[in-house]
Design a protein around this ligand. Structure first.
Ligand code: HEM
Length: 134
């Protein structure tokens, strides 16, 4: 499996553990205020990252590109800041709002970068990855 696909699955399972932990905490406490943080940890974290990793596993030429690493860094940073700040915002810490806003935009930028990867030509990626150094 390409390195970036493996990295995405490792990151995804961490977000599933976090998302389910928030869900169990809400269930046990009876306080569902953090539903948004739980849902986004599971969907932006576990589900979306697993799909990104699966795409890279099926497209090893694209996974070897520098853009794949940049996209991983941007998206993962955005989601990793968004989930705890959203959790704190929904728990009553209004000061988190600008951090939630900025991290949401960073996560969205990561999604746009993934769109560039999807629409890019995989044959061009092969050429770039295998052409001899000049
Ligand atoms: C043991 C695992 C889980 C537990 C204990 C759990 C618990 C909860 C609880 C207590 C709520 C709040 C419900 C409400 O206030 O109406 C909720 C909402 C939600 N959960 Fe989970 N959850 C789990 C796993 C998951 C997973 C794996 C996903 C997605 C992949 C997920 C997605 C959602 C979504 C989208 C909502 C919002 C639903 C809505 O607002 O209508 N949950 N969950």
């Amino acid at each position: 499996m390409p390195r970036i696909a493996n990295l995405y699955f490792k990151t995804a399972i961490i977000f599933l553990i976090l998302g389910i932990s928030i869900g169990l905490h809400m269930s046990i406490s009876g306080n569902h205020a953090a539903t948004g943080a739980h849902a986004h940890a599971n969907l932006l974290g576990w589900v979306t990252m697993a799909i990104f990793g699966g795409y890279h596993a099926l497209n090893p030429q694209k996974a070897a590109r520098r853009l794949a690493s940049i996209q991983y860094a941007v998206y993962t940073f955005g989601v990793a800041v968004l989930i705890p700040s959203l959790y704190l915002l929904l728990s009553g810490n209004a000061a988190m709002e600008p951090i939630v806003a900025v991290s949401s935009l960073i996560a969205f930028a990561g999604v746009l970068l993934f769109a560039v990867i999807i629409f890019s030509n995989s044959e061009a990626a092969v050429t770039t990855a295998t052409s001899p150094a000049r």
